[in-house]
Design a protein around this ligand. Structure first.
Ligand SMILES: CC/C=C\C/C=C\C/C=C\C/C=C\C/C=C\C/C=C\CCC(=O)SCCNC(=O)CCNC(=O)[C@H](O)C(C)(C)COP(=O)(O)OP(=O)(O)OC[C@H]1O[C@@H](n2cnc3c(N)ncnc32)[C@H](O)[C@@H]1OP(=O)(O)O
Ligand SMILES: CCCCCCCCCCCCCCCC(=O)OC[C@@H](O)COP(=O)(O)O
Length: 376
């Protein structure tokens, strides 16, 4: 193991990374709170400010992937579509197999300049994750309960609100609704069989209602659907803790641009269209398993320095006072102060471990573990 690799694996460094993330995150959340009166004066300006504040948080995690772990992200796409990425609103349909797929998504957002304005249809539980969830509230992220009876109105309304959004955004949809596990796969293939839909090998059966609702409500606002299929080389199973330890992964993303107005408006036809899309995605994954690459040419955007600059800025701002505090603590010699500081560190470690746990598939929800039925 090289010296740099050894350094990156040190727990104390991970604690420092988490400290910078948490403290800067709370500062940004407070600043976001301060923008509340601004929304009454100029919604457009308030949104633009929040896009930049959100960037300060999200890009730290992107920097962890791009600069700390030096993970490589390769984009397979056609050169005609490439110039449009980042220059239009789009719905992104992405498979949901990996613990850091959200972070790879953010990385591509960063490279195409839409990180601060990126959107997602996220499960409600994520709204309560400190810093990220609170930040999302101000970024108008769309949350769902994964209960169609409740979601059909609230989701449609939240998406409609994006019609006058002042910057280009990508709206991410994990149509599978939950992360892939062998058990969830087995159940969803039973559903596929009962509906006479061809079985999928690498994906769960997509939930079609959220996709239909999103496309219908973004007509005239978003120009295209970016069908995106993600995989990692050498059967890697990347994790956030792995990234923090400086482990380098190799992500491959295959993106096809599909004009949104070619997608059927009728709900049943739209559902059939999505099922067909997932069968195609499955064939791309099969191609990847066989050949180690996706079809089509590579046109990768390179990483930009901004996420690193932002990270260095917050680190230099927050690590110096921590150092002073540490020196003061030691020189005070007070046992009570030292013990309470250690207790605070332990509490923060446990709290941040819980946050990281939100990304872990083993700690995932039971959604999709049984067949759900809608009463409609
Ligand atoms: C150039 C570069 C391009 C791209 C770069 C890539 C990405 C960058 C883009 C943006 C990045 C932005 C942000 C990223 C940051 C963070 C994101 C992190 C995570 C958040 C993700 C999540 O939280 S995923 C979970 C929430 N989201 C969803 O669930 C969306 C999908 N779900 C739906 O659409 C649902 O329909 C619903 C939620 C709207 C409603 O849920 P409900 O459960 O009520 O579902 P359904 O009505 O769909 O269910 C009933 C139907 O399903 C059938 N059924 C029943 N059981 C099962 C089963 N086990 N499996 C499959 N299907 C089942 C049932 O028969 C019903 O069928 P119908 O025919 O009646 O529909
Ligand atoms: C600089 C880095 C410091 C890192 C500190 C820790 C930050 C933790 C951030 C938590 C972000 C949470 C995003 C998780 C996205 C996700 O993948 O959610 C899962 C859902 O889709 C589906 O859930 P499920 O049904 O359980 O599979």
């Amino acid at each position: 193991m090289g010296l740099v690799r050894l350094l990156k694996s040190q727990f104390v460094l991970h604690l420092l990374i988490i400290y910078v993330f948490l403290v800067s995150g709370v500062i940004v959340n407070v600043l976001q709170l301060c923008t509340l009166p601004l929304w009454l004066v100029s919604k457009r300006f308030a949104r633009k400010v929040n896009i930049r504040l959100g960037y300060c948080i999200m890009s730290q995690m992107v920097a962890l992937l791009e600069w700390w772990s030096a993970t490589e992200c390769t984009l397979y796409t056609d050169p005609e579509s490439f110039p449009l990425y980042g220059k239009e609103n789009a719905v992104v349909v992405l498979n949901h197999n990996f613990e850091i797929d959200f972070l790879c998504g953010w990385t591509f957002c960063e490279r195409f300049g839409v990180l601060g304005s990126s959107k997602v249809l996220a499960k409600k539980e994520l709204a309560f994750v400190p810093i990220i969830g609170w930040m999302w509230y101000f970024l108008e992220i769309v949350f769902c309960k994964r209960k169609w009876e409740d979601d059909r109105k609230t989701v449609a309304k939240s998406i409609q609100n994006l019609h006058d959004y002042p910057e280009n955004f990508w709206f991410l949809l994990h149509c599978e609704g939950t992360r892939f596990t062998p058990k969830k796969h087995e159940i969803s293939m039973q559903v596929a069989e009962s509906k006479g839909i061809p079985k999928l090998k690498y994906h769960l059966l997509p939930r079609t209602k959220g996709f239909w609702l999103t496309v219908q409500n973004l007509r005239g606002n978003a120009a295209a659907v970016y069908d995106s299929t993600l995989n990692f080389r050498n059967n890697e199973s990347p994790t956030l803790l792995g990234l923090m330890s400086g482990r380098k992964y190799h992500a491959d993303l295959y993106v096809r641009r599909i004009p949104l107005d070619t997608i059927p408006e009728d709900e049943a036809e739209c559902a059939a269209w999505l099922h067909k899309l997932y069968q195609e995605k499955d064939s791309f994954q099969e191609h990847y398993a066989q050949t180690g690459r996706f079809p089509g040419p590579i046109k990768s955007p390179s990483r930009r320095p901004w996420s690193l600059i932002n990270w260095l800025f917050w680190s230099s701002l927050l690590l110096y006072p921590l150092f002073l505090l540490f020196v003061q603590l030691i020189s005070s010699g007070s046992m009570l102060t030292i013990v309470s500081s250690v207790a605070l560190c332990v509490a923060v470690s446990v709290g941040s471990r819980w946050m990281i746990g939100q990304t872990e598939i083993d700690r995932g929800s039971s959604y999709g573990n049984k067949v759900s039925v809608n009463n409609h």
